[in-house]
Ligand binder design. Structure first.
Ligand code: SF4
Ligand code: F3S
Length: 266
């Protein structure tokens, strides 16, 4: 894309581990450099921008002013809404206030990772910081959810490319997730599925069935309840949890930390 055609992106970071940014920085096709230099114009990102402090905040405010109603907001991390938002502040402003301002004036918002999409681990019971998702924080905003712990960067690129190509966000499911990435169960595309159908299960980590690629259901795999394209897209085209020998823990499902536990059966 020509420099003028690239959409401006403001990438916010709230209550997160930066895992989604880290996933993006390690993406291979396209790489973070390709994405940032060729597809988008990244105006603000606390992790990768050169500016810091007042200079960084100034860059954010200028970008919002210059591209009002036309930029894309990307949000990583949960919004802390409890006790007036005191549990997460950036440059003296609460994450709640920042989300309302930045997402409220964006053309569209992409919530990346499970914390931004559902509140994630900060919102796990008893949720002392009153953490909520971006959509809950800014109900009027157009938000698409790309959950995962972390996000698969290929799904972010595909969402942005869809937006650039068709001028609209891709079709979503009832949780605001794009169907192209979250339309199928993990279980239905899993390479260990043949063993599930044959009744061949690993009984303990490290046993012969586990080493031979048998199904991990009896070890606690949540693939049958989880929708995500991990088996087909993989992370960095290399691997994904079940391929590495660990059951799916349902990280792309709402409130997985509370609803999918215990993660292990034995
Ligand atoms: Fe399904 Fe998990 Fe077994 Fe794969 S390992 S077939 S996702 S239960
Ligand atoms: Fe998460 Fe399960 Fe994929 S744990 S990364 S949805 S295999």
């Amino acid at each position: 894309l020509d420099a003028d055609d690239r959409p401006s992106v403001i990438w916010l970071e709230f209550q997160s581990c930066s895992g989604d940014t880290e996933a993006l920085l390690r993406a291979r096709a396209p790489s973070a450099a390709d994405l940032i230099l060729d597809y988008i114009s990244l105006e603000y990102s606390e992790v990768v921008m050169a500016a810091a402090g007042h200079q960084a905040e100034e860059a954010k405010h200028q970008a919002m002013e210059r591209h009002k109603g036309k930029y894309i907001a990307v949000v990583e991390g949960a919004v802390a809404a409890g006790d007036g938002g005191v549990y997460c502040t950036v440059a003296g402003e609460s994450s709640l206030a920042i989300a309302r301002k930045v997402c409220g004036n964006a053309l569209a918002t992409i919530a990346v990772g499970t914390c931004a999409t559902y509140g994630g681990i900060p919102a796990a019971a008893p949720n002392p910081s009153g953490s909520i998702s971006v959509k809950e924080a800014v109900p009027s905003a157009t938000v698409i959810n790309l959950p995962g712990c972390p996000l698969n960067a290929e799904n972010l690129t595909a969402t942005i490319v869809h937006f650039l190509t068709f001028g609209s966000l891709p079709a979503t499911d009832r949780f605001g997730r794009p169907r192209f990435a979250y339309g199928k169960r993990i279980h239905d595309n899993c390479e260990r599925r043949g063993h599930f159908d044959a009744g061949q299960y690993a009984e303990t980590f490290g046993d012969r069935g586990h080493r031979d690629g048998w199904c991990l259901y009896k070890l606690g795999c949540k693939g049958p309840q989880t929708f995500h394209n991990c088996p087909t897209v993989r992370y960095n085209e290399t691997s994904w949890p079940v391929m590495a020998g660990h059951g799916c823990i349902g990280c792309s499902e709402p409130h997985f930390w509370d609803t999918m536990t215990p993660f292990y059966r034995r």
